[in-house]
Design a protein around this ligand. Structure first.
Ligand code: 0WW
Ligand code: ZN
Length: 373
């Protein structure tokens, strides 16, 4: 087995590429979609389900796990892998982004981000050193640095000032975790908002610090698709070709395809798991809103081409019934299916890239998932 952090590129197709990333808990074929685990679980699924649907790497949520049950406790109990019974790769975020979407009373200073817990209002500080310590305690295979995700619409002056803070925080994260220590990798995050010259400036500074992989932050924050794709096309190639590139918070099928076409290797998004819980299901015949009356007597499988347990075993009528009745099994079956869809879509994308037919595959999928999600 190669050393953690080894990233071997395979065949490419234009800017799209395949690769293999070695982590302390196994190898990841890229491009890869990473299901989001929030409080130490991909909601409603067991780790065995994740293996069944061929999930290769999942996300752990630092903000939640720090507040509850506490990273020190998780460390004492053997780390997040043992705690949640998942022995595959885990990427944890820094928690910084979640502070902005979940907690109240937050302040950004040179030191870090201070905030009040959304659970009990207690005061906390996420400094670069603190978020590295938390992720080391969790034992994550890939840690993310603390960054400021610049809000959509921020002006140039704010964006420029913020990227400087993000760079200084990145440097402090790097210093707090020597490269490859304990097999735990660390990815830097590039900001710069929607200003191409600031994106280049941020990329240059983050690359200079030196990380195992590089993420594009500050996207999928309310901008139009055109704006995201414009920055994506310009910024992705600035990231070192020989290291993994991670587009944070993306995304819907057509956005994953656009990201792969731009040379992105890793993606995360709450869409498949969140949509599963509101009955929006992705199939290879297009989107199905299972709550619709048209499925009330539909005895056919959700997606006849899908190998997942839900599609092999139950009818659309049953899945609709569970959803309408708000049965817990509805979450589980819908989540199993949506994550299987994303997993298969990425496997087919990797194959298409290897065979030099990615453009055709992208067009085929975009026809199924037109504008919108
Ligand atoms: O610059 C960024 N820095 C850090 N994180 C970002 C994230 C969170 C990525 N998912 C983390 C997961 C960690 C484990 C728990 C779940 C999240 C983003 N998500 C989005 N868009 C999707 C969005 C989701 C919600 C609002 S926008 N843009 C993002 C930009 C940044
Ligand atoms: Zn299915």
């Amino acid at each position: 087995m190669n050393a953690p952090g080894t990233f071997t590129l395979g065949p490419g197709d234009g800017s799209a590429r395949t690769g293999r990333l070695t982590t302390a808990h196994g190898e990841i074929e890229t491009p890869v979609f990473m299901p989001v685990g929030t409080q130490g679980t991909v909601k409603s699924l067991c780790p065995t389900d994740l293996q069944d649907i061929k999930a290769r790497i999942i996300l752990g949520n630092t903000y939640h796990l720090y507040l509850r049950p506490g990273d020190e406790l998780v460390a004492k109990l053997g780390g997040l892998h043992r705690f949640m019974g998942w022995d595959g790769p885990i990427l944890t975020d820094s928690g910084g982004f979640q502070v902005f979407s979940l907690s109240g009373l937050r302040r950004i200073t040179e030191e870090g981000v201070t905030f009040a817990s959304h659970i009990d209002g207690s005061k906390h500080l996420f400094s670069p050193e603190k978020v590295v310590s938390i992720q080391r305690n969790l034992g994550s295979d890939i840690m993310m640095v603390l960054d400021e995700c610049v809000p959509y619409g921020a002006d140039r002056a704010y964006t420029e000032k913020s990227l400087g803070l993000t760079t200084r925080w990145a440097r402090r994260c790097r210093e707090a975790h020597p490269a490859g220590d304990r097999g735990q990798l660390m990815f830097g995050i590039v900001q710069g908002g929607f200003f191409k010259d600031l994106r280049a400036q941020s990329a240059e500074q983050i690359i200079e610090v030196g990380f195992d992989g590089y993420a594009l932050g500050g996207l999928s924050v309310g901008e139009s698709r055109a704006e995201m794709y414009d920055i994506l096309g310009d910024a992705a190639p600035l990231l070192p070709a020989e290291r993994p590139r991670y587009l944070m918070g993306v995304g819907a099928p057509r956005d994953l395809l656009a990201g792969m076409a731009a040379g992105i290797d890793m993606f995360d998004c709450v869409l498949p798991t969140r949509n599963a819980r509101n009955g929006t299901l992705f199939t290879f015949q297009g989107k199905v809103n299972i709550k619709r009356a048209e499925y009330r007597e539909d005895d056919s499988p959700l997606d006849p081409t899908c190998p997942c347990y839900a599609c092999r075993t139950f009818s659309r009528a049953y899945l609709r019934h569970l959803y309408i009745a708000k049965e817990l099994l509805s979450y589980r079956l819908n989540t199993l299916h949506n994550l299987t869809f994303f997993s298969i879509m990425m496997e087919r994308a990797r194959q298409a890239i290897r065979e030099g037919r990615f453009a055709a595959y992208r067009a085929e999928m975009e026809a199924l998932y037109p504008e919108g999600e």
